[in-house]
Design a protein around this ligand. Structure first.
Ligand code: HEC
Length: 129
């Protein structure tokens, strides 16, 4: 009986940990570089800083540059990946992304992907210290 319980626990754990809808992934396939990116809290924090210091300079509420207000939930995961894979925004083409390195852009993409629309999960424990 006890073994049966353990098997059920193991099966449940495998189900939860292998189901991307139930566990928030800390990795992402990056269409821009065609690699699998694994991120940590430290690298996500870097991505957050790139966003605040480079993108939010224009994309804040009430800005005078004519840029839409943008935050992580402005797009779903696929949408953010497309922004960086195709670099379609005008600001990516006109040099407003500054001198960001490839790695900084990838970390920014990781951060936006991780916190994109429809990803909030109150049972996700990855934010626990
Ligand atoms: C110098 C100002 C400026 C900076 C800096 C800037 N942008 Fe933009 N961005 C604009 C303007 C202007 C547009 C065109 C109007 C619009 O769609 O918001 C735009 C458009 C966009 C769009 C298209 C809007 C949409 O809803 O799809 C995205 C995405 C975007 N920017 C992302 C970024 C990211 C990511 C960064 C930082 C790496 C950034 N921008 C930095 C000015 C800026």
């Amino acid at each position: 009986m006890k073994n049966c319980f353990l098997v059920l626990c193991a099966a449940f754990f495998l189900f939860v940990s292998s189901n991307p809808a139930l566990s928030s992934p800390l990795k992402r396939y990056d269409p821009a570089t065609k690699t699998c990116r694994i991120f940590t809290h430290a690298t996500l924090w870097e991505g957050y800083k790139v966003f605040v210091n480079n993108c939010k300079v224009c994309h804040h509420r009430g800005n005078k540059q004519g840029a839409k207000f943008l935050y992580t939930e402005s797009k779903v995961r696929k949408g953010w990946n497309r922004v960086f894979a195709e670099r379609y925004p005008i600001c990516a083409k006109n040099g407003s992304w500054g001198n960001l390195s490839k790695e900084q852009i990838a970390r920014l993409n990781d951060y936006l992907y991780k916190n994109a629309a429809d990803t909030y999960d109150p049972y996700d424990a990855t934010d626990c210290g």
